[in-house]
Design a protein around this ligand. Structure first.
Ligand SMILES: Cc1cc2nc3c(=O)[nH]c(=O)nc-3n(C[C@H](O)[C@H](O)[C@H](O)COP(=O)(O)OP(=O)(O)OC[C@H]3O[C@@H](n4cnc5c(N)ncnc54)[C@H](O)[C@@H]3O)c2cc1C
Length: 403
């Protein structure tokens, strides 16, 4: 018994909670670079539906099916995948409890459980109300619901999107969504209109989105900044009503509430959260609060690095390297992170922005950045779109060890 245990300890067992952009990528990179480490991925869903590019689906540019991926590639390279929810973590004993009651011990634990909607942040909003006023900020079912409501809406209808304050998953995605819904309205329901009730008065790639709204979607999009109304604080589902902080009341035909968010509750149960998110050390994404736990993706606080799939995938490579170095004594490389955000504005017309990052003493720090220009050539925008499709195939190929 003792020698077998010693052998297991020598190569180590890594448990990863969450099979999305962060967790699936860690699983792949760990198995690729340190084959002898046992890797178990805990993810309740047998099919992952990416939030990234879900706006393309909502706007009618892509099928939902094209956003869905399975875990066969990861299983093939030796990752043990358990389709079950992790329900608790005992970080002192280094044990994960699964929903069915089974337990798993770990040497290193990786948390990439993404976000949870903070239903309490908006009065009247709840999981049930989200069926009527979808957020479409987590699962495929929510995106499907929003798309269906847009298809069913009468011409002449009003769509409202409410946008939360920072930080939240994918900072530019509400504006891409608004743009692609406006594209749909312009082509299929031209008497309709979309109103964005933003909690903020500034947002990413603002000049670029505003350029598209004034040139391509004039009369379809109205963006109302937070300093005019204070953000959405209440919904009245049976009236399709929205109430803002300063008391304005509005009714709409389709209401897309994007509420404030926080790290998924398993991160709270692990003791890794400080407030809504998980503080991490910038050189490896190790939890600042709990030993032998790494937190990456949307659940982590990486300050300047946006909560995106691109960020999560980049962080995953550093996490995998750090864990492999700790368990096998291999080399730990200096951390270099990067992120690119793509936003589709209309057919063959995409913009991008991004940055590279390094580990500062306390935080991830930005080194270089780039952003599309206003009044850019159509050819450049078409090239961006092509690059974005390639990016989607590459990141999902990397997450799920395809090919
Ligand atoms: C509309 C929209 C558009 C977006 N567009 C882009 C884009 O163009 N580019 C980009 O880079 N990013 C984009 N994003 C952001 C991107 O989807 C997220 O940042 C990314 O998915 C975060 O990865 P993650 O691993 O933290 O979380 P996720 O990918 O959400 O994965 C988390 C996984 O953890 C699982 N999980 C949760 N709790 C548990 C538990 N207790 N036990 C086991 N498993 C659990 C969940 O089932 C889920 O599969 C977009 C997001 C939205 C909403």
């Amino acid at each position: 018994m003792a020698p077998a245990l010693a052998k297991k300890k020598a190569r180590g067992h890594v448990v990863i909670i969450g099979g999305g952009a962060g967790g699936a990528s860690v699983a792949h990179h760990l198995k690729k670079n340190a084959k002898k480490i046992d890797v178990t991925l805990i993810e309740p869903n047998a099919t992952y539906t990416s939030c990234f590019f879900s706006n393309h689906f909502i706007g009618g540019f892509r099928s939902l099916n094209s956003l869905q991926h399975n875990y066969d590639g990861l299983k093939k390279i030796g990752v043990k995948v358990a389709h079950v929810l992790a329900s608790d973590i005992d970080s002192a004993k280094k044990i994960v409890t699964l929903q069915e009651g089974q337990t798993l011990s770990y040497d290193k634990l990786v948390l990439s459980p993404g976000i949870e909607i903070n239903y309490k942040a908006i009065e009247g909003y709840s999981e049930d109300v989200a069926k009527v006023m979808p957020h479409a900020w987590v699962t495929g079912a929510q995106a499907k619901n929003l798309r269906r409501q847009l298809l069913d809406m009468k011409d002449g209808g009003v769509v409202v999107i409410s946008v939360p304050g920072n930080p939240y998953r994918c900072p530019s995605a509400p504006y891409e969504r608004a743009t692609l819904i406006a594209h749909y309205l312009k082509h299929y329901k031209p008497a309709s209109k979309l109103i964005i009730l933003d909690s903020k008065s500034l947002f990413p790639q603002m000049e670029l989105f505003e350029e598209a709204w004034s040139s391509e979607y004039k009369d379809y999009v109205e963006w109302i900044p937070g300093d005019k109304h204070g953000g959405v604080v209440k919904v009245i589902a049976n009236e399709m009503g929205i109430v803002t902080r300063n008391g304005d009341k509005m009714k709409a035909d389709v209401v897309n509430i994007i509420p404030p968010q926080r790290a998924s509750s398993i991160a709270v149960r692990a003791g890794c959260t400080d407030g809504d998110w998980c503080p991490i050390t910038p050189d490896s994404f190790a939890s600042k609060l709990v030993e032998d736990i790494f937190v990456l993706g949307d659940a982590a606080t990486a300050r300047n690095m946006p909560k995106s799939a691109s960020s999560a995938n980049s962080q995953a490579q550093i996490v995998a390297n750090a864990i492999a170095a700790q368990l096998t004594g291999g080399k730990k490389f200096p951390p270099r992170y990067r992120n690119t955000c793509w936003s589709l504005l209309s057919t063959n017309n995409a913009i991008k922005s991004g940055a590279s990052y390094t580990a500062g003493k306390e935080m991830v720090e930005q080194r270089t950045s780039f952003i599309s220009e206003v009044k850019e050539d159509k050819g450049v925008r078409a090239e961006n779109f092509k690059e974005s499709l390639k990016w989607y195939d590459e990141i999902t190929g990397d997450m799920f060890a395809k090919g």
